[in-house]
Ligand binder design. Structure first.
Ligand code: HEM
Length: 458
């Protein structure tokens, strides 16, 4: 087998980007990675081929082509080696990184813990945490939404999935995640990415961050081992989960799954809700409409799970936010065998990169794509959207297992904040999107916050 991404046969039908000798588009990507795919898609359409050093990538921004890879021919691909090689030291072989056969087994075990049936049970906890978060912001007055959302979503993931209080860990966990993501992202854009065992400065930073995260995960596992019985949370399900042959997860598998849920389960949602608050802060008409909806449905009383179906505009705001700023801005796969995309041959070992961010901003799929227009997601208008063009959670067998959980959490956090807070963004200039492993606002979103109504955190 050729090494993944190294020059091999790539159909001449796929246009090539211009790049510098030897380094290809490495500098373009370092300078403006998130918009580079969009600019190239505008110039070349989809697919196009680009080069980072010696590694060639086929980049897709077309919904049908992405659907071919993720949904129609998932067996022809696996998670890209780049992800496995570099993310595995953190996530191990959890659901996010594990390869096909191992993955199917894991998903059978973890899936039920996050099914829509269990969500109502998590909603109460999410509402509690959202109210506490609003009270914290009111007390601080001057906040960074990203920092607060990392704290709030960490608390939610701790309580719902593991029945532990992780609030006091927020101040160590958030910087460790940032450190790990920056070190991993920097690796992607060096000429010669060296895997974690090689003690480069990036890898040393990564190892330090993983140690901090490991401490938290092992503490969660140890605490649970000391108690007995089903607490009705994800950890109980994982501990009790048995495969068809009766085998349970090993300690290492448990660590990897817990780490995956712990990271995938809060950082993405924190980014999405932060972006939503940022967009609301810059779009007063949308803000007023969303707030009017919450006032009408919830008023001064406590939000309930039942209210959520009467808050469709809040949900539209959250979806439109993830169209403009999808936390999982880029997905990648490696071809396991010779296959095709758009009826052209793609050879075994080829890396395929899919950019939901660039797809969501293509004018042929979304009119006025850079505008924040939640009414695009009115049910009757959503039904007329180009099929598969909105892809915040991936698709096919590797679709996000936490998608319903995340939608619920996003809607709850937004509704509670709209109900309880006055806020104004502290910076007038637009936020810069920082494409780490997930898409974050660079330097956070500082805001001034005050109480809108008397707040009574539980
Ligand atoms: C707004 C929040 C979220 C976004 C945008 C998001 C996005 C995604 C995407 C795009 C994938 C697919 C990656 C790929 O195909 O390569 C994924 C996978 C995954 N997500 Fe999420 N996610 C979110 C929240 C969550 C939550 C709350 C959890 C857990 C509670 C979670 C757990 C996972 C796991 C375990 C996978 C791997 C699934 C598999 O490979 O079968 N995610 N997520």
């Amino acid at each position: 087998m050729s090494l993944p991404g190294l020059p091999s046969f790539i159909s001449r039908a796929f246009p090539r980007t211009r790049g510098l000798p030897f380094i290809g588009n490495l500098l373009d990507m370092r300078k403006g990675r998130i918009d580079f795919y969009s600019r190239m898609a505008e110039e070349h359409g989809s697919p196009f081929v680009m080069r980072l050093g010696l590694v060639q990538l086929i980049v897709l921004t077309d919904p049908n082509q992405i659907h071919e890879v993720l949904v129609e021919r998932p067996a022809d691909y696996d998670k890209s080696v780049t992800l496995s090689l570099f993310a595995e030291p953190i996530l191990g072989k959890g659901l996010l990184t594990s390869e096909a056969s191992f993955h199917q087994r894991q998903k059978r075990m973890v899936g039920p813990a996050l099914s829509p049936k269990r969500l109502a049970g998590y909603a109460e906890t999410m509402i509690d945490c959202a109210e506490r978060s609003a009270a914290r912001m009111i007390a601080s007055q001057s906040v960074d939404f990203l920092e607060e959302l990392m704290r709030a979503t960490l608390e939610i993931v701790g309580r719902t999935l593991f029945d532990v209080d992780l609030t006091s860990d927020a101040s160590t966990v958030a910087p460790a995640i940032t450190e790990a993501m920056e070190a991993l992202t920097a690796q992607f854009y060096t000429l010669l990415p060296l895997p974690p065992p090689v003690p480069t400065s990036h890898n040393r930073r990564l190892a330090k961050a993983v140690k901090v995260l490991d401490n938290v995960v092992y503490r969660i596992l140890e605490e649970r081992r000391r108690s007995v019985g089903d607490r009705g949370d994800v950890l109980s399900i994982l501990l009790a989960a048995q495969d068809d042959d009766g085998s349970q997860m090993t300690d290492k598998q448990l660590r990897d799954e817990v780490m995956t849920m712990f990271l995938a389960g809060h950082e993405t949602t924190a980014n999405a809700v932060t972006w939503a608050l940022y967009l609301l802060g810059r779009n007063p008409a949308v803000f007023d409409k969303a707030r009017a909806e919450v006032d009408q449905v919830v008023g001064d009383r406590r939000l309930t799970f039942q209210d959520l179906k009467s808050l469709p505009y809040c949900l539209q705001v959250f979806k439109e936010t993830m169209r403009l700023y999808p936390p999982a801005h880029t997905l990648s796969r490696v071809a396991l065998r010779d296959t095709t995309i758009a009826a052209e041959r793609v050879s075994k070992g080829q890396i395929v990169v899919m950019s939901p961010y660039a797809m969501h901003r293509r004018t042929d799929y979304f009119a006025e794509p850079t505008r924040f227009l939640p009414d695009r997601f009115l049910p009757e208008r959503e039904a007329t959207q180009v099929k598969h063009a909105f892809l915040p959670f991936g698709a096919g067998p590797r679709v996000c297992v936490g998608n319903h959980f995340a939608m619920l959490e996003g809607q709850i956090l937004l509704a509670v904040y709209l109900q309880k807070l006055h806020f104004a963004l502290s910076r007038a200039e637009p936020a810069e999107a920082d494409p780490l492993i997930t898409l974050r606002p660079k330097n956070g979103v500082p805001a001034r916050v005050s109480a809108r109504r008397p707040s009574q955190p539980s």
